[in-house]
Design a protein around this ligand. Sequence first.
Ligand code: GTP
Ligand code: MG
Length: 209
Amino acid sequence: MIVQYANFISSHTNISQCPPATKPEYAFIGRSNVGKSSLLNMLTGRNKLAKVSQTPGKTQLINYFLINEEWYLVDLPGYGYAKVSKTSRAKWQKMIRDYLAKRLNLQCTFVLIDSRVPPQKIDIEFINWLGEMFIPYVIVYTKTDKLKPPELSQNVENFQTALLEHWEVLPQQFYSSATKKTGKEDILDFIDETNKNFDIADLEDIGAA
Ligand code: GTP
Ligand code: MG
């Protein structure tokens, strides 16, 4: 797929304000600073579309981007930022979990995992929650440019082992580097294929659109 148009649409704190659920939608989620906004920019080929920062906690809202007038990419605030107060964390949890559980046109959630670090409890717990809620997701290992191939394989294997302690089947997995543009084609092809299965009539039947 070629991204011809990519436009920022709107930002929200509540699912009730989000655009009508009439187009297929894909969300990026993961720990603060894992590279969600950078991946969105890399996929769309627009460097400044989503705000990127070295300071964790940059993205605070549910941000909508319309791609090729056909589907939405949604950039979400990250989890696991240590400096966040308990109240803000609880607010984040409610906002994001509400969004992920109730947004019926959400075709797939991309869970971004930092390829440089050992399996993090917070990531595993979050994935377990997605699985328990039957929310479709895939994994993207980010910042792969920072590692040598053997280190990357080892870290991915460790993460898979951690997942297999809870689940029998592994989800689909992608590798990305925003700096080297790795993973762009694979991820866009996956979205293209998934878009083909989107039928608005399915949502209308259940009164969602
Ligand atoms: P929050 O919005 O704070 O949750 O962060 P985020 O997940 O959106 O991360 P963001 O895209 O803002 O990137 C965080 C930092 O990581 C920035 O300094 C990016 O330049 C850097 N970064 C992101 N992706 C990559 C990558 O693939 N390779 C390298 N080397 N750096 C990356
Ligand atoms: Mg961000």
